[in-house]
Structures are given as C-alpha cells and as structure tokens.
Design a protein around this ligand. Structure first.
Ligand code: SF4
Length: 86
C-alpha cells in the first residue's frame, strides 16, 4: 500500500454547507442532516476537526475539493514537512 504522505484536515465548525466539496469529490465528502459536510473515513479530534490521511496519488483530487470550499475549511498538510498546501 502506498505511503500516506498528506493529511486532509477539515474544520467542521466553519462549514457553511455549500456542498462544493461533495460535488467535487463525492467519494470523500457527504452532507449530514445538519447540513454540514462529513469527511468520509476521517478521524475526529473532538467533534470539530477531522483528519484523513491520503497518498500522493490521491492528493490532486483532494486538493481540487479543498480549493472548491468557499470558506476554506478544508486544509491539506504534508505530514513530513508540516507544510500547509491549502
Ligand atoms: S465546500 Fe466547505 S463549506 Fe461547503 S460543505 Fe464542503 S466543507 Fe462545508
């Protein structure tokens, strides 16, 4: 299995329910009954920040979904360097 080099980090508090992430990448995002996004397979830190580890191959599609979010509550971090790509 490919090494998971990046972390998708989702700040649920700031989500306004625009669903652009779901439209961009439905395999990773869905809407819940509160009208906020859920990061599928994400681990919660409390119930505010959710994280999902992804591989290099998965990076581009997750970047596209993160960029689609109008309030920029989806971030992507390089695990090794700590660099925030978005
Ligand atoms: S695009 Fe951003 S604001 Fe819209 S549902 Fe997804 S995370 Fe929430």
């Amino acid at each position: 299995m490919a090494e998971k080099k990046y972390i998708v980090q989702y700040d649920r508090i700031g989500c306004i329910g625009a669903a652009a992430c779901v439209a961009s990448l439905p395999e990773a995002w869905e809407m819940d009954e509160e009208g906020k996004a859920i990061l599928k397979g994400g681990n919660g830190k409390g119930d505010e920040i959710f994280e999902l580890e992804i591989t290099e191959e998965e990076l581009e599609k997750h970047m596209d979904a993160a960029k689609a979010c109008p309030v920029i509550v989806i971030h992507i971090i390089n695990k090794e360097t700590g660099e925030k790509l978005i």
